[in-house]
Write a protein that binds this ligand. Sequence first.
Ligand code: FE2
Ligand code: FE2
Length: 163
Amino acid sequence: MTVKTMEDLFVETLKDIYYAERHILKALPAMVKKAGAKQLKDALETHRKETEGQVDRLEQVFQLFEVTARGKKCQAIEGIVAEAKEHMKDIEDAEVLDAGMIGAAQAVEHYEITRYGTLIAWAKQLGRDDAVELLEANLEQEKNADKLLTNIAEAAVNRKAAA
Ligand SMILES: [Fe+2]
Ligand SMILES: [Fe+2]
């Protein structure tokens, strides 16, 4: 589609994050399985469930704009997820693998945070408060997931220092 208006641009970016969320949803089960620390495993599983809800919210936003929910290939998220997969294939040490997966997961969260920040700003500009509310709910979950991952990483570092 040709992007002519702010609304077109909003919808194109909505398709990008919709693709990204669904791509993450496919990648998360393997990460949950590979995570060594229980805290990390639980955090990834909780976020997997949250991500299902996020996909639902995005579908509601598509509906609000009367556009069929469809993803648009997002190379950024594919690259980040590919790095996570590389770690899972290459790293044997459980603690090092956890650290690598936390790093990759935080890269995912930061990508999502930037996308949602932009979409919220544009939805506000378009006067679409109904969409803003849904997108803010997703953004909140991404920020919390990012914070939780930081806490898990720091706890691991502290455990190591104390050992
Ligand atoms: Fe997400
Ligand atoms: Fe996320």
